[in-house]
Design a protein around this ligand. Structure first.
Ligand SMILES: C[S@@+](CC[C@H](N)C(=O)[O-])C[C@H]1O[C@@H](n2cnc3c(N)ncnc32)[C@H](O)[C@@H]1O
Length: 214
């Protein structure tokens, strides 16, 4: 169901951006931070797993994991343009029968979605103001693991995000980027029954894999 978040994400992640992302993915394969999520999920040794990909963009994560780890995927996205492009790509790759597409703010629909073995959020928490609701909803849908990427808490990212938000405000665009506190994200997931099992860092992005303990 379209929401206020969907309207903002639709404006930010429109068709041009979605097509450009798809072109990159077709040409170069998954982005570097996405590769870290793929490696982390593969390290779990799952087979025939179910995947819930929140904010999946053009669908790189499930297109890759459907090759060897995943049996079925659900892609929930607030951007209708990304969903349209992802849907077309799923047709092209003959994955369409294995992927369910949901246009919504994940926090609004999480309770209605089936649980999945793995939940992924690749560069999603930084687009959403309320990381607590987002991660709580992700934890509530994950049977086994959550793999996510988010911007690193470094001085240069703090500076870069402040500058980006300053220009967004000047343009009158309501979309903002968020550098959420990594320790608070970890504490929240700990309370939800997950422990951090690996962390990998790039210059901009950090990838964390959490596994369910209870
Ligand atoms: C920066 S893009 C990342 C897309 C893709 N995961 C990638 O890494 O290329 C952020 C994505 O998250 C989606 N998104 C952000 N907040 C969301 C929410 N609360 N529910 C569903 N999708 C959300 C946006 O619509 C967008 O597709």
């Amino acid at each position: 169901m379209p929401c206020n978040c969907c309207e903002i994400e639709d404006n930010t992640f429109g068709e041009d951006k979605a097509k450009a992302n798809l072109k990159d993915y077709r040409k170069r394969g998954p982005a570097n931070q996405t590769k870290l999520i793929l490696e982390a999920v593969r390290s779990l040794g799952l087979k025939d797993a179910s995947l819930l990909d929140v904010g999946g963009g053009v669908g790189a994560i499930y297109h890759e994991l459907l090759k060897d780890v995943v049996r079925e995927a659900t892609h929930v996205d607030a951007s209708s343009a990304y969903l349209k492009v992802a849907n077309e790509e799923a047709e092209k790759r003959r994955h369409i029968e294995k992927v369910k597409f949901v246009h919504a703010d994940f926090t609004d629909v999480a309770a209605e979605l089936p649980e999945a073995d793995v939940v992924t959020l690749d560069r999603v928490v930084c687009c959403y103001p309320d990381f607590r609701s987002l991660l709580k909803a992700a934890a509530g849908r994950s049977k086994s693991a959550i793999a996510l990427t988010y911007p690193r808490e470094t001085w240069y990212m703090q500076f870069g995000f402040k500058a980006m938000n300053f220009f967004q405000r000047l343009r009158g665009d309501p979309f903002r980027v968020f550098l959420h506190p990594v320790r608070e994200m970890e504490s929240l997931l700990n309370r939800e029954g997950f422990v951090l099992s690996s962390v990998r860092k790039l210059f901009i992005w950090e990838m964390a894999l959490y596994q369910r303990t209870t």
